[in-house]
Design a protein around this ligand. Structure first.
Ligand code: HEM
Ligand code: CA
Ligand code: CA
Length: 300
């Protein structure tokens, strides 16, 4: 089973090393911290928190990163920086799955979020589950009831789901994911002034998907994991349809109001939900393996 401080004997400085590396990377590329949080969601909700997301396409393996749901994900190469630091201290000991979990935890701290106590001892998958990605991760224009039932299926309740979407208080969205709400007519659930601003960011209804055209998720505090997200969506300034639906759906709306009013409550609920997400169906004991390189399964 997962336990607190799983590496206390085998690699006592493991958690400290991950923290040091996340801090270092944050100072070089602030958005790495944002990526670690998104990685946790995209890895853990697909089958298990098992670093399946990190596998690259090679003979016999098609990477989950190639799924359309992974669009916009970045900074995977810096996972290697963290793993290399761990390998130097304790070779073949710390799993990539625990790097996913703990880097997300430290990323949240760097972005002014809560410090979350997480168990460790996850092991790494020996396969990619690319075919399951689209069923496991909702699309940004799916209905709220589908989103809620997806999270429910891994034990995250409505309140926890509302809190997790608060991760959209940081980071960016590319224009391809926004333009349906701007052209040919502006979605009436968008604040008209905000829509004008977004049109400035995304001037074409047909953005080149390879162009680096995007808007920040939260114009107010784009690099702070705070409850500004909920204030924004209450003010009709949500970027994705899924964000705006938290306000229009009567089952989620009361939690939005509460989180908008109380950053501490948001952080508590976010922490609670991250723990559940990070403990989804882990590989433990003799299951899976400890990868040497997070991008590839070990050679036999
Ligand atoms: C139904 C649930 C969700 C949907 C449909 C969704 C969808 C998306 C989409 C479409 C983007 C923008 C990608 C782009 O255009 O570059 C995005 C960004 C992001 N998402 Fe989500 N998301 C969901 C839940 C979550 C959760 C639970 C987390 C973490 C706890 C999360 C963390 C992030 C982060 C941090 C970004 C910004 C990434 C960056 O700037 O590099 N999302 N999400
Ligand atoms: Ca996974
Ligand atoms: Ca923010």
């Amino acid at each position: 089973d997962l336990q607190l401080n799983y590496y206390s004997k085998s690699c006592p400085r493991a958690e400290e090393i991950i923290k040091e590396q996340v801090i270092k990377l944050y100072h070089k590329h602030g958005n790495t911290a944002v990526s670690w949080i998104r990685n946790l969601f995209h890895d853990c909700i697909v089958k298990s928190c098992d670093a399946s997301l990190l596998l690259e396409t090679t003979n016999g393996i098609k990477s989950e990163q190639t799924s359309s749901r992974s669009f916009g994900m970045r900074n995977f190469k810096y996972v290697n920086t963290i793993k290399d630091a761990l390998e130097r201290e304790c070779p073949m000991t710390v799993s990539c799955a625990d790097i996913v979990a703990l880097s997300a935890r430290e990323g949240a701290v760097m972005l002014g979020g809560p410090h979350i106590e997480l168990k460790t001892g996850r092991r790494d998958s020996k396969e990619s589950y690319v075919a399951e990605v689209e069923n496991s991760i909702p699309n940004h224009n799916d209905s709220m009831s589908l989103v809620l039932s997806t999270f429910q299926s891994i034990g995250i309740d409505t309140e926890g789901t509302v809190a997790l979407l608060g991760a959209h208080s940081v980071g960016r969205v590319h224009c391809t994911n926004i333009v349906q709400r701007l052209y040919p007519t502006v979605d009436p659930s968008l604040d008209p002034n905000y829509a004008e601003y977004l049109k400035g960011r995304c001037p074409s209804p047909y953005p080149d998907p390879n162009a680096v055209e995007y808007a920040r998720n939260d114009r107010e505090t784009p690099m702070v994991l705070d409850n500004m997200y909920y204030k924004n969506i209450l003010g009709h300034k949500g970027l994705l349809l899924v964000d705006q639906q938290l306000v229009s759906d009567p089952s989620t709306y009361p939690f939005v109001v509460k989180m908008a009013a109380d950053n501490g409550y948001f952080h508590d609920q976010f922490s609670r939900a991250v723990v559940i997400l990070s403990e989804n169906n882990p590989l433990t004991g003799e299951q899976g393996e400890i990868r040497k390189d997070c991008r590839f399964i070990n050679k036999k």
